[in-house]
Design a protein around this ligand. Structure first.
Ligand code: SF4
Ligand code: SF4
Length: 993
């Protein structure tokens, strides 16, 4: 490793003089001098261990030195490739190769062609069949001292030590016989991903890597991130083929550099594409400052959804017989969750009832995916021409009859910036309404509202990677090991390097295992907790008085409010002991650089904006914004929720967060877009649009890639609203639950089948590149939006996403200096000071905030209880969220082999003591009921839940968590209270497993 130190040493490497910082290893110095020293156990990303001895060099001493661990010394003369050194390496290679299993052991062709041991064998002329022939095939090599002479690696030494194989993981195969115990996988799992799964077991020749306590990999705590596979130099850990696409040598595959389509971390990756089969063979991480070649299970193994046979491939129009409208499947009608004998809500007389049929289906519990045989007969195929003409005629008809307020559009944070931009432009200029929104409303709307009010910008003030510069990091209301796994690896790594991690959450998620202080507060008590912290910070005199005086306003009001929250009062409300609150306050107040990362546990409350206001105040009063290692970071959920919001896919802002109800802004966009009569008032949000439909306001909707049936709160209400729409067009890649209510369904290309830019949680704008051809007649969303725009009279003529991006940059100041050409392979953070800048801006607000006066506006918040508290009838608090393996409404992840195999069923997570009282064992079917509905799902005994709380992921249509949730919203951010409602848990009537 090359160290950052001022002292240097000068060494000679193969006669070349080189000066390096003191402490630099010989291997690193040689690399810097352009000299390659072969390694097996070493990888620059891990701490060196020097166990394999492949990198030995001659330093003039009695024994060779391992270059990967031996530091350079002043005047040292290093010879990296003497005949003796090369002989030693060749002999070592031969010995290692001798223990390898036969090359044809794996009949499935799972080699990527980058087996480093085989590459060394080739380099040293060692073959399994022909034995050793020395470097360059010249001098026969001596066998190692004490060993028997041999002529071939398949000769007298045992072929295999018989340590066995492990195929228990759905997508990773372990061949212990191919393992050379180099520990690269151990360090990849521990040091890079922070998962701490792999160790060693056994002695002598029986020694092997072990998962947890020598469990099968698939039964261990392994999270299938694949980092160990990427690290393995011998093929002991390999990817299994997915969907029978063989993993061939990379030289036989095409490489496409792109970005993961799942979460807001936006990891850079390369897809290896089998063009003959038109499919992805495997994916691997790619270096980029925010992901450093890491991936989680979704990015590495969750891409095959695009090859699902359930892809929509042709436009569909609802048949006359399927009116009046209603849900078409038993799951979506809610019959799976309805007690026997109760009728369904499908169109009258069509036989789609609950009762015995519902009970039969309920017992069968098909779950998972939509049954196309049940739904597709209600649609007929159409041409694009017919379908788009119908959409244009019906939407313009409703607009003509009822005005702009009768139209609304839901875009998607899964689509590209270009598509989000065009979609909001279509709704605004084609239908003259600001009724356009997307799932940011369900995610961080309250955070954005508070950030705009407090610091004048909704984006993060620093990157998650900047945690490396923090000495205290608070992670709160977030489950990053599941929702932002690669970001969480940066947090875990920072802690190993000395950053204090304080984790605050009602659930003892995995992050709590990596925290210095964990506060398991009661749900919905965040304001009281943070007011208690600020009370103590102020009492201890730990505020940054200079920063408060120069860069904030309203401090006195804040201080007087938090004076009412001494730690003892905060303890009463939050359940966190006062002493722990004091400890957190001291750590935060004394931090030289402190940063706060938060998730939807903060935002998805009726007090979400107040929660975020407290976090902003926490940073502002301690001067923790605008410097490296300090700041505010709401971890954004979807891969492009930041970008979609930037593009103006929200009802209150035009692109670049320009206020929709500001006449000057409106006039500017009328000029830019060559249009008139833009809507002078803010539009309706997602939840308000659903309410408006029920009141007869909004009558026609265009949904591009959004699935509100599962993602919105109180599904029974959403079902009624979707059924009540006069016209609904759904554009998607699968027949989603929402599409069952559509008049027209348009088949779109998936992420993998188009080009576009995506903006991650760090403000990093990256290029997603087309990997595969679209199936059937599926078209890119931006093309469909443009086609429809032209049919309703707009004169659009964009030739490519690049051209749309150029317009975006010309309209949005924050995207200045970005272009398709300078985004390159790693993207750039916005704001980007100049086109040639290496990576854009990491830390923002160093001098002033984006508010009108440049100050941070401190807003006091009073704690208020959640809207629906537990009662004797509904004694549990329900928390909803995501799992590591699944994404949102599961439309992609449940069609991914790996993700579905690892996490196939809906479960309610219950504290062991609560489960015991309820008579529920792990796997028993439970019935969970709120005032709005009932679902049945398996019980999961979880020590991570506090007593009286339960957790249900919202990905599963057959046990839709949002049937239970409450649709009360935060008054400012308009975000629903997904994180708190009262439920009852019972053993399901069937009670089976
Ligand atoms: S897949 Fe990831 S979590 Fe599992 S053992 Fe390998 S590195 Fe560790
Ligand atoms: S952390 Fe997020 S972006 Fe990275 S691989 Fe996982 S899901 Fe994809």
């Amino acid at each position: 490793m090359v160290l950052a130190t001022t002292r240097t040493v000068t060494v000679s490497i193969d006669g070349q003089q080189i000066t390096v910082p003191d402490g630099t290893t010989i291997w690193a110095a040689a690399k810097a001098a352009g000299v390659d020293i072969p390694v097996l156990c070493h990888d620059e990303r891990y701490d060196p261990v020097g166990v394999c001895r492949m990198c030995v060099v001659d330093v003039g001493a009695r024994a060779f030195a391992a270059a990967c661990v031996r530091p350079c010394e002043e005047g040292m003369e290093v010879k990296t490739a003497t005949p003796d050194v090369e002989r030693s390496r060749a002999t070592l290679t031969e010995l290692l190769l001798a223990d390898q299993p036969p090359a044809d052991r794996d009949p499935k062709q799972t080699t990527t062609g980058d087996n480093e041991l085989l590459a060394l064998a080739q380099r040293y002329g060692v073959t399994r069949e022909g034995g050793q022939c020395g470097p360059g095939g010249a001098t026969p090599l001596e066998p190692p001292a004490g060993s028997r002479p041999r002529s071939s690696v398949t000769g007298p030494w045992p072929l295999s030590s018989g340590r066995g194989t492990d195929t228990s993981n759905p997508v990773i195969a372990v061949d212990h016989d191919a393992c050379i115990l180099c520990d690269r996988c151990v360090r990849a799992c521990d040091d890079i991903q922070g998962n701490d799964v792999i160790g060693r077991s056994g002695k002598g020749a029986a020694t092997r890597i072990a998962f947890d306590l020598n469990d099968p990999m698939g039964k261990s705590s392994c999270v299938t991130c694949g980092e160990c596979v990427a690290a393995c130099p011998t093929g002991a850990l390999t990817n299994k083929p997915i969907r029978n696409i063989p993993i061939r040598p990379r030289t036989e595959l095409d490489q496409v550099d792109s970005v993961c389509p799942y979460c807001g971390v936006g990891c850079a990756l390369t897809y290896h594409v089998d063009r003959e089969r038109g499919a992805i063979a495997y994916a691997e991480g790619r270096d980029q400052p925010g992901s450093k070649s890491r991936l989680c299970v979704k990015g590495r193994y969750g891409w095959d959804y695009a090859a699902s046979p359930q892809r929509l491939t042709t436009p569909l129009i609802r048949k006359d017989s399927a009116y009046p409208k209603g849900a078409l499947s038993a799951d979506v009608r809610g019959e799976m969750n309805r007690p026997p004998g109760e009728n369904g809500s499908g169109p009258a007389g069509d036989g789609r009832k609950g009762g015995k049929e519902g009970e039969r289906r309920r017992r069968r519990r098909p779950g998972g995916l939509v049954d196309y045989a049940e739904v597709l007969p209600h649609f007929r195929e159409a041409t694009w021409e017919e379908a788009l003409e119908l959409v244009a005629r019906r939407l313009t008809g409703i607009y003509a009859d009822s005005g702009p307020g009768a139209i609304a559009g839901f875009g998607s944070a899964k689509c590209s910036n270009e598509e989000a931009y065009l979609f909001q432009k279509l709704i605004r200029t084609g239908f003259h309404t600001n009724n356009v929104d997307h799932c940011t409303r369900l995610c961080h709307a309250s955070s954005v509202a508070a950030l705009f009010e407090g610091i004048g910008s909704g984006a993060v003030s620093t990157t998650y990677g900047d945690v490396v510069n923090a000495d205290v990091a608070i992670v709160t209301g977030s489950n990053p090991t599941a929702n932002h796994p690669v970001a969480s690896s940066f947090f875990k790594q920072a802690r190993r390097n000395g950053t204090t991690i304080i984790y605050i959450d009602p659930r003892a998620d995995k992050m709590s295992d990596h925290a210095d202080i964990f506060c398991q507060l009661k749900p919905g008590t965040d304001v009281a907790f943070y007011n208690g912290i600020m009370h103590e910070v102020i009492r201890l005199g730990l505020i940054d008085a200079g920063f408060v005086a120069r860069r904030t306003s309203n401090y006195d009001a804040l201080a007087s409010n938090v004076a009412n929250y001494p730690p003892e009062r905060a303890e009463q409300i939050t359940g966190v002991p006062a002493d722990v609150i004091r400890r957190v306050a001291r750590a935060w107040g004394e931090a030289r650089a402190g940063v706060i990362f938060w998730g939807m546990g903060i935002s998805q409350h009726t007090t979400g904006t107040d929660n975020a206001r407290c976090l902003i105040a926490m940073c502002a009063i301690t001067g923790n914004v605008g410097r490296p290692g300090s700041g505010l970071h709401p971890l954004r959920g979807q891969n492009n929720v930041q970008g979609a919001s930037d593009m103006g896919l929200i009802p209150m802002f035009y692109p670049d967060y320009k206020k929709a109800d500001d006449p000057e802004v409106r006039a500017r966009f009328e000029g830019l877009w060559d249009t008139q009569d833009l809507d002078p008032k803010r539009g309706l949000t997602v939840t308000e649009i659903i309410g408006s439909v029920l009141k007869g306001g909004v009558r026609g909707m265009y949904m591009m890639g959004e699935n509100p049936f599962l993602s919105d709160p109180n599904i029974n209400k959403v079902r009624k609203a979707l059924s009540a729409l006069d016209f609904l067009v759904v554009q998607d890649i699968f027949l989603t639950e929402t599409a069952e209510f559509a008049d027209v369904i348009l088949p779109a290309t998936s992420y993998l089948e188009k080009d576009g830019t995506y903006t991650n949680t760090d403000r990093r704008v990256q290029l997603g590149r087309k990997v595969l051809d679209p199936p059937g007649q599926a078209r890119a969303d931006w093309e469909v939006v443009q086609d429809l725009a032209n049919r309703i009279g707009l004169d659009w003529n964009y030739a490519s996403p690049r051209e749309i991006f150029e317009e975006i940059v010309s309209v949005m100041a924050s995207y200045q200096n970005l272009s398709y050409d300078n985004l390159g392979l790693t993207g750039k953070l916005y704001p980007n000071p100049d086109p040639e800048h290496s990576d854009g801006t990491v830390v923002m607000f160093g001098e002033r905030f984006n508010t009108d006066d440049g100050l941070a506006h401190l807003v006091p918040a009073e704690w208020l209880p959640a809207k629906e508290l537990p009662s004797p009838e509904y004694p549990f608090v329900l928390n909803t969220g995501r799992l590591l393996q699944h994404w949102h409404t599961g439309s992609m992840t449940r069609r991914s082999f790996a993700l579905d195999a690892i996490s196939p069923r809906a479960e309610v997570y219950v504290n062991p003591d609560d489960a015991a009282e309820l008579g529920l064992a792990d796997g028993d079917m439970a019935q969970v009921t709120s005032r709005r509905g009932t679902i049945e799902l398996a019980t999961r005994i979880s020590h991570r839940e506090a007593r009286g709380n339960c957790f249900i992921p919202f990905h599963f249509r057959e046990a839709a968590a949002n049937l239970l949730t409450i649709d009360e919203i935060d008054p400012v951010g308009k975000i629903p209270e997904f994180k708190f409602c009262a439920v009852r848990i019972e053993r399901a009537p069937s009670g089976d497993r």
